[in-house]
Design a binder for this molecule. Structure first.
Ligand code: DHB
Length: 399
């Protein structure tokens, strides 16, 4: 049977970042990934949010894998909120002392794969983990090779970074799942056109929420609140542009252009507890899911990785196991902070079916428009002062 120090299930942002950091610290790592490299890097099904908290950007840069992120990403000093015909700018530098960085998750995954492989790291693509055994003594990943054989990787520690439909999660005995679904979904498009504004616009409109984001000055990424049972076929290009335009009318202009990709995103919140058992740990979406409003998902995954990385290095370099024992406890602080914010942003901006709820929501928005205190709450959470901002120094500055 093959052996390694740390086995990682999943080559998403969390698994790859952890693998990169551990390898640099001299720990032997193997990443097992069910999909092909090409799928991860190019499939439209893998497009995710593109907002990095300042702390996430800082961690990536400190780890020495941020060359393209710095070159091609866009620095933003705030966001716009559109409601009741007004456009409110929230200046994050003034409100929270920090900004954000716009860079697509799929680009970052591509960069992490390249850096890890170039440095001699090992990622086994098309190797699907189908079970985890012996979590307490020596977690063993059972996987299917591309030619269909079942093999085992025996690890000193193993990490489940296999995303929101995690199989790894199910191997933790007695795990509790806290969750909530929302009565709406997002229809997202990537379009070859200039974005509606130079910064993101979160628009609350009686017809439903809309978000106007971007990937570059010529690639717009926009979203519409739709019913959870909505079908993509019901949304030809003209209807999408018409609806985006209606939800932004009076505040900014939408410039239609060729749509390169369309997708539907369900909305749910989920947290599992504990995030570990024996020598097995969960990171990222495998442990928690947030609704997309506020773009916290990947940022949260980097927080988990920073905490677990520090704990594993303390174990390997100093024989100190107490940080590993406290992993769940430390991680749940930033997890619930981000769950709270994502829930708050989501319910603040999406039209509710119940008229009473919806009037309350409008009152909340108006209050936000007038209260510097609430604007600070939003800005601090959006830039991640108390999530990734707390962990940047866990990542050693690479030369
Ligand atoms: C994007 C997605 C989000 O969920 C969000 O809150 C902001 C931006 C995006 O895809 O660019």
């Amino acid at each position: 049977m093959r052996k390694t120090q740390v086995g990682i299930v999943g080559a998403g942002p969390a698994g790859l970042f952890l693998a990169h950091l551990l390898r640099k610290a001299g720990v032997e790592v193997v990443v097992l990934e069910a999909r092909t490299r090409e799928y991860l890097e190019t499939s439209p099904h893998r497009i995710r949010a593109g907002v990095l908290e300042w702390g996430t950007r800082e961690m990536v840069a400190r780890a020495g894998v941020g060359d393209r992120m710095v070159q091609e990403g866009l620095g933003h000093g705030g966001i716009y909120l559109a409601f009741e015909g007004q456009l409110l700018h929230l200046d994050f530098h003034a409100l929270a002392g920090r900004g954000i960085w716009v860079y697509g998750q799929q680009y970052l995954v591509t960069d992490l794969i390249r850096h890890h492989l170039e440095a001699g790291g090992e990622i086994l693509f098309s190797h699907e983990v189908v079970g985890v055994e012996d979590l307490e003594e020596a977690p063993t990943l059972v996987y299917r090779t591309p030619d269909g054989r079942l093999e085992r990787l025996r690890c000193e520690f193993a990490v489940g970074a296999d995303g929101s439909h995690s199989l790894a999660r199910k191997s933790i005995p007695g795990i509790q799942v806290h969750q909530k679904t929302y009565p709406y979904a997002w229809l997202g498009i990537l379009a070859q056109t200039r974005p509606a504004a130079e910064e993101l616009i979160y628009a609350s409109h009686p017809r439903g929420f809309a978000l106007f984001s971007m990937r570059s000055p010529s690639l717009a990424r926009n979203y519409l609140q739709v019913a959870p049972e909505e079908r993509l076929e019901a949304w030809p290009e003209e209807r999408i542009w018409e609806e985006l335009s209606l939800r932004l009318s009076g505040v900014a202009e939408v410039q239609p252009g060729p749509i390169l990709e369309k997708s539907l995103t369900p909305m749910r919140s989920l947290v599992v507890e504990p995030m570990q058992h024996g020598r097995f740990f969960l990171v990222g979406d495998a442990a928690h899911v947030v609704p997309p409003t506020g773009a916290k998902g990947m940022n949260l995954a980097f927080c988990d990785v920073a905490v677990l990385y520090r704990a594993l290095v303390a174990f390997y370099k100093e024989g100190e196991a107490s940080l590993l024992a406290r992993y769940t406890q430390e991680a749940l602080r930033h997890v619930w902070q981000a769950e709270l914010f994502s829930y708050w942003m989501t319910t603040l901006l999406h039209t509710a079916a119940d008229p009473f709820e919806d009037r309350l929501r409008e009152a909340k928005l108006r209050h936000l428009g007038e209260s510097l205190h609430l604007q600070r709450f939003l800005a601090e959470n959006y830039v991640g002062l108390h999530t990734s901002g707390r962990y940047t120094h866990y990542i050693p500055q690479s030369a």
